[in-house]
Design a protein around this ligand. Structure first.
Ligand code: ADP
Ligand code: ZN
Ligand code: ZN
Length: 803
């Protein structure tokens, strides 16, 4: 094999195909499929992936490969295949697809070291052999100087020497900033009283230090008081505080010992559910199972025992969870059962640590990987099961290029490895449940909660009624009363502020009516600048009315309220309550989630206040009250999945209360108590919700009845954006069959981001064999013109965030 086909690292559509290169003789035994190499390309040296080795090429005048980059292939044949499929189905570059499957470390800088293998010494030239005997390991480059790179590659291949990669990772040691009082307490107090003109925040901080006279980390102080770093620094300047930095561990699992657990005897229901899974594992059959079981019904135990079976067969398991840092307890359970056999890929790891976990997988040192979306590309070669927990979560779809869905990748890998794919959820996505109804997936159900307690009591409070009673606060009387009860008893409370970033809809506070598009059954989005409301699906727009079109009230306004505001109000209403706030601001730092949750678990606070992120995976015995402040907000985002997402969230969050001995209660505050997604979440009636929602999807021609494609165009010139979008729509109309619905052009839900205007169109279809081909043409057409004008286009198949 003298010729290699290479996908080069030049991310354009023009170069999105293999190029042939000659393999120089010295690399002939070395270069393999799935390795990265350095090749000359248009006068430069670029990286590339070898995708095929062959003896002949249709091109004459071939250039030579410069050198290999890897010692072992980084992508095996299966992953190469998966990458090609991903590229085809999400319309991305092959290169991009390959890259997304690799750990980020392989794109970072790293150093290669070589070590001697026991009987390798006989084969090595003296110079190298001596050095390796003397030192435990040497830099690859050092060895290369002595014997040449080709010899080293040969040595690795023959097993004479071993290679170790070390990622140069700035983030390895994490420093944490602290401020401590610069002197003892008495002089501190003296200095404070003589300091002239302290600001309000400075005074607040000093008071805090006086109440707890020791070093406090900046992050702790910001969690408590908001962004106070400036004030801290100013206090340092006047000599009251002193700044220090300490190193801190970063991997929350690294130094932890996990209590060993053993398989529990399964209940009758669990046995019934696990039986078909075990059978497919035994018989090497690919099948997709949907395990629908309410929260606390014992799904995780089924995952664990299925994996047990897989490990016994000498095979491997991939477990996907929505976002590990939000579900530390899940990791605990896998580590507790399988110990060292588990690799964990979570966002809290540094690049180097992620790479270490990836290498454990590649070297077959582990049999189980638990990780977020990209763990689906774990380089296992003998997979026995793939599990996707909380399968309805939208984080499984990547919302930037390549826009793949982990579920699709899992099913593809499941087919290749002839193994089951197990999707689990208490609130399956409509798509998956519909497939289970049709028999495409096999449905398994767990209907009862383990602790036989049944589900918590749920009360729905009508906030319109509160307003009528003169209560203008965000807390209803009922919720406030129940919170006080909990505080007295020393039990804990979870408060959910259901808020989605960009959405602002217009709602009547008297009747709860939300302005809807007359054409789309979608709420209209408020645009402050023009004082208009617009539909982001069809383009309908109108002035924002001053009165409610339903009841004539003037209490009509747009909505949106933040966690900080709630925290303030809590401070006024329940000053003695200790609150932990969890939102994007307080959890931006790595490991912050875990820490806040741990503090809450250790009862360092009475109330956990947060956004969607607190709804998942929490399993603390002392939580007996869950309050949802604004159940509506998500109901009115301009997304056909709004009801589904609301139902899922309310069901999930309700499942947080009363999972243990103490009974739980839930209070849902809403302006639309009669809405079916709220009523059915109250009763935790998934099946009824499914039926209702399917009816609506059918009428509205939405998934799962129709497939959806979203095309968006953006640029800082509005006219250009509109013209381009119109051109695309014309192109589509001319080439797609008339069974396809094309909506738009319309302005995107977020009309402008970073000064770039955004327009979009939506394609709805059931079956359209040449759709991908047409879309690819659109893409290519663009990438040809793009350079001159800079219009960017994204095509999202089966989009999950319609923003
Ligand atoms: P889910 O994953 O559906 O939320 P879990 O697997 O977490 O449910 O189960 C809920 C609780 O019941 C857990 O504390 C778990 O340890 C316990 N549990 C699960 N299966 C069994 C069983 N067969 N026998 C006893 N306890 C069980
Ligand atoms: Zn009204
Ligand atoms: Zn519309």
């Amino acid at each position: 094999m003298k010729i290699a086909s290479v996908i080069v690292d030049v991310p354009t559509y023009g170069t999105n195909k293999p190029f042939d290169y000659l393999i120089p003789e010295k690399w002939e035994d070395v270069i393999q499929r799935g390795m990265r190499v350095i090749v000359p390309f248009s006068g430069r040296r670029v990286q590339g992936f070898v995708i095929q080795l062959k003896d002949e090429s249709t091109v004459s005048e071939l250039k030579e490969i410069v050198e290999p980059m890897d010692v072992h292939p980084v992508l095996n044949d299966e992953l190469l295949h998966l990458g090609n499929k991903l590229a085809d189905e999400t319309l991305c570059l092959t290169l991009t697809a390959y890259q997304v499957m690799l750990p980020p470390a392989l794109k970072a800088k790293y150093e290669k070291y070589i070590t001697l293998n026991e009987d390798g010494i006989r084969h090595l030239p003296d110079s190298l052999g001596k050095l390796l005997l003397e030192k435990e390991e040497i830099l690859w480059n050092e060895g290369e100087k002595l014997v040449g790179a080709a010899f080293l590659y040969k040595g690795v291949k023959k097993g004479w020497i071993d290679v170790r990669y070390e990622v140069k990772d700035k983030g390895r040691k994490k420093l944490v900033e602290y401020f401590r009082p610069a002197m003892d307490r008495p002089p501190f107090i003296e200095n404070v009283s003589s300091a002239s003109r302290l600001g309000k925040v400075q005074k607040l901080l000093i008071e805090f230090y006086l109440s707890d006279f020791r070093p406090h980390s900046t992050s702790e102080l910001t969690n408590r008081f908001g962004n106070v770093r400036g004030s801290l620094l100013s206090l340092e300047r006047i000599g009251l505080l002193k700044k220090e930095s300490f190193e801190q561990y970063r991997d929350p699992y690294q130094h932890r010992v996990f209590a060993k657990t053993t398989p529990l005897p399964l209940t009758v229901d669990q046995k019934r559910a696990i039986h078909p899974i075990i059978q497919t594992i035994e018989k090497n059959i690919h099948r997709v199972f949907l395990l629908y079981g309410i929260t606390g019904s014992g799904k995780t135990e089924i995952y664990l025992q299925s994996i047990q079976q897989v490990i016994q067969k000498g095979k491997e398991a991939i477990v996907l969870v929505p976002e590990i840092s939000l579900t530390p307890q899940m990791v605990e359970r896998f580590k507790g059962r399988f110990g060292e056999k588990v690799a964990v890929l979570h966002s809290g790891l540094s690049i180097g640590e992620k790479y270490d976990e990836w290498r454990k997988i590649q070297r077959k040192e582990v049999q189980v990987v638990v990780g977020a979306r990209s763990a689906i590309f774990a380089p296992f070669e003998n997979i026995g099961i793939i599990i996707i927990d909380e399968e309805h979560e939208t984080t499984y779809k990547q919302d930037e290029t390549p826009r793949y869905h982990a579920r699709d990748m899992a099913i593809e890998r499941g087919k290749i490895h002839r193994c089951p794919v197990l999707l689990g959820s208490a609130t399956p996505s409509l798509e998956s449940f519909a497939r289970a109804q049709k028999g495409v997936y096999q449905l398994l159900t767990l209907e009862k909660r383990m602790n036989e307690k049944g589900l918590p009591e749920v009360e729905v409070v009508d906030m319109r009624e509160e307003l009528r009673k003169g209560n203008r606060s965000m807390f209803s009387e009922l919720l406030l009363e129940k919170m006080m009860e909990r505080l007295l008893k020393g039990e804990q409370i979870v408060l959910l502020l259901n808020r989605r970033g960009y959405s602002s809809f217009v709602m009547c506070r008297d009747c709860g009516n939300v302005l809807q598009c007359p054409n789309c059954e979608i709420s209209l989005t408020y645009h402050k600048v023009s004082n208009e409301v617009k539909c982001h699906y069809c383009g309908y727009e109108t002035r924002t009315p001053n009165e409610c079109p339903t009841c004539g009230s003037e209490h009509i306004r747009f909505f949106g309220s933040g966690t900080q505001k709630v925290e303030e109000e809590l401070g006024k209403l329940l000053p003695e309550a200790r609150t932990i706030r969890m939102d994007v601001d307080t959890t931006r730092k790595k490991g912050a989630h875990e820490k806040l949750l741990e503090a809450f678990q250790q009862k360092k606070a009475d109330i956990l206040l947060g956004t969607q992120m607190i709804a998942k995976g929490l399993d603390f015995p002392n939580i007996t009250l869950v309050g949802v402040l604004t159940a509506d907000t998500m109901l009115h985002i301009p997304d056909f999945r709004a009801s589904e997402k609301t139902f899922q969230l309310l069901t999930q969050v309700s499942g947080r209360a009363g999972r243990h001995e103490l009974p739980g209660e839930v209070v849902i505050q809403t302006y639309t108590p009669e809405h079916y997604s709220i009523q059915l979440a109250k009763n935790q009636d998934y099946r009824q919700f499914y039926l209702r929602e399917m009816g609506i999807r059918k009428n509205g021609q939405y998934p799962p009845y129709y497939y959806l494609v979203q095309i968006q165009v953006s640029h800082d010139n509005l006219q250009l954006v509109v013209a381009t979008m119109e051109k695309i729509v014309r192109f589509l109309r001319a080439r797609l069959s008339n069974r396809v619905l094309i909506l738009g052009p319309s302005v995107a839900p977020i009309a402008k981001i970073k000064n770039k205007y955004r327009y979009q169109c939506l394609i709805k279809y059931k079956k359209e064999p040449n759709l991908l081909e047409v879309l690819r043409k659109v893409q290519e057409m663009f990438h040809r013109n793009q350079n001159q004008k800079g219009v960017s286009i994204t095509i999202d198949l089966n989009p999950y965030t319609l923003m």
